[in-house]
Ligand binder design. Structure first.
Ligand code: SF4
Ligand code: SF4
Length: 478
């Protein structure tokens, strides 16, 4: 491992310019970050990254602009504690569903990881997608890898200022749009846009936009691979999910070693060499600055860019492609790999079970909540007609997207008289409270109290109903 790390550091130093300034009398416990100047090469995996990243970016940018039934389709309304997700509205009472959904996402991630390694990191993770976008801007203004290295080392000049200035301006613009869109998921984005243009946006919204813009600018512009290496826990615990049949980006050492340069027309076997020409292209394109020839490393995000780079070299040399490839440890060792295996079945089964239960709960979910609060200030009251009366407050939460008229009924051992509004209308997403009284002849009560069950049912849809238990208290009769 130590050897591998040494080799890795050596390869990084080979391939990257390292402006390090350290004071000799200070003990540094951490390695100074070496700036990575990733080379840009076209290839299958870069195209794949584009094809997966662009739809995700578009979805992120456009979703808050969608409207359903006159409201924002995706709107996390924190002040009202309501999450509108397309046609559904979730209330604090539904947060169990949210926790459930997060567990399902985690299980899906585990299942995908067991099967194809860290493809989430390489192709879909927002950190990767935004970093790639920022790198694209950098490439546009500052040019390819060698030009960027030269530009960084060059003294201040007009050329350097406009290139760096242009890059940072576009980065800041993207960061602002990212922060603005993010806040648009919590504040209606159309109103937010108008408020921003009129400089009337709420200070809290401006604060969060600036905070998220700043984080985007830092994470995608400067921290980049360090977020994956030092901040993301997923990179650390992924090894617990890997097994020898998991697809990972691997270098075929048996074929590539001993590495070394050679002339184009020389058969490497004749000079005792493997297929690796030691061109370091796989290192130069790597966005996290590692050398995949040192073996599987936790920094590797499985982006496949080193495969593109090596394939282009193999093409030029006239060798077979896939010296570096997405393959499994078993496939490399013995040529055989198993896709279907107990670990995959385990994660898959847990995922299906959780997803099935979640869907069933979602389908069976009733957008109504009834709360019955008995008047605790008074045990019971005797009416002028000599009846015993209990007072209840009914709190009706219509969690549906439309208004409903509800009917209240009571079921109990005794034939109570229900006094008050037994038919109530509650608007979409509204909570309303109503007073109701139950009356009973005290002579009928066998004991001092009785169980009562309140039922609330939508008149226009019998499936929307909720029940709540309470008690009726009367005088204690021997
Ligand atoms: S080693 Fe290859 S797959 Fe891994 S992060 Fe670097 S370029 Fe991507
Ligand atoms: S790109 Fe391929 S040939 Fe070049 S150093 Fe990497 S593994 Fe060797």
């Amino acid at each position: 491992m130590a050897k591998a790390n040494e080799q890795q550091s050596a390869s990084r130093e080979d391939s990257q310019i390292v402006p390090v300034r350290q004071e000799p009398h200070v003990l540094y416990l951490y390695e100074t970050r070496k700036k990575i100047y990733a080379r840009r090469l076209v290839g299958v995996y870069r195209k794949l990254k584009k094809r997966s990243g662009i739809p995700l970016l578009l979805a992120y940018a456009l979703c808050p602009w969608l409207q359903i039934d006159g409201r924002q389709a995706l709107w996390f309304d924190l002040p009202e504690r309501k999450f509108h997700i397309f046609w559904l509205t979730f209330w604090p009472q539904d947060f169990m569903l949210l926790a459930w959904l997060l567990i399902i996402c985690a299980l899906a991630l585990f299942t995908v990881t067991v099967l194809v390694g860290r493809v989430w990191c390489g192709f879909s993770c927002p950190q990767t997608v935004w970093t790639m976008m920022f790198m694209g801007v950098e490439h546009f203004f500052e040019g390819g890898r060698n030009k960027r290295i030269k530009l960084d080392m060059a003294p201040l000049s007009f050329d350097k200022v406009w290139r760096k200035g242009g890059k940072h301006t576009v980065w800041l613009l993207i960061a602002f749009l990212t922060g603005f869109t993010f806040v648009g998921y919590f504040n209606p984005i159309r109103e937010l846009t108008v408020d921003m243009f009129h400089f009337e946006a709420e200070p809290a919204a401006v604060f969060w936009i600036c905070l998220f813009a700043g984080m985007t600018y830092m994470n995608a512009g400067y921290l980049r691979e360090q977020v994956c290496m030092y901040m993301c826990p997923y990179a650390r615990f992924q090894s617990a999910m890997f097994d020898p049949d998991t697809l990972v980006v691997s270098y075929d050492a048996a074929r590539g070693e001993p590495r070394g340069p050679r002339r184009h027309d020389v058969d490497p076997r004749e000079i005792g060499r493997g297929d690796c020409v030691d061109c370091s292209m796989c290192v130069q394109v790597c966005p996290v600055g590692i050398d995949i020839r040192d073996g599987l490393q936790y920094e590797c995000i499985s982006c496949g860019l080193c495969i593109d780079a090596c394939d282009s070299i193999m093409d030029k040399m006239g060798y077979a492609k896939r010296l570096i490839s997405f393959t499994t440890e078993n496939k490399l060792a013995s040529g055989v790999s198993r896709i279907l295996r107990p670990r995959l079945f385990g994660y898959g089964a847990a995922l299906m079970l959780m997803a099935g239960l979640f869907l069933a709960t979602l389908v069976a979910r009733v957008p109504l909540e009834l709360e019955v609060i008995r008047d605790r200030a008074l045990l019971y009251r005797e009416t002028p007609r000599g009846l015993i009366e209990n007072i209840y407050t009914l709190r009706i939460n219509n969690m549906d997207e439309r208004e409903h008229e509800y009917r209240v009924s009571v079921a109990a051992e005794y034939d109570f008289s229900l006094i008050g509004d037994t038919q109530v209308r509650v608007g979409a997403g509204e909570v309303s409270t109503h007073l109701l009284r139950l009356e009973l002849d005290p002579g009928l009560l066998k004991t001092g109290n009785a169980d009562v069950r309140f039922t609330l049912e939508a008149i226009d849809d019998a499936k929307i109903r909720d029940t709540e238990e309470s008690r009726f208290i009367g005088p204690y009769i021997r």
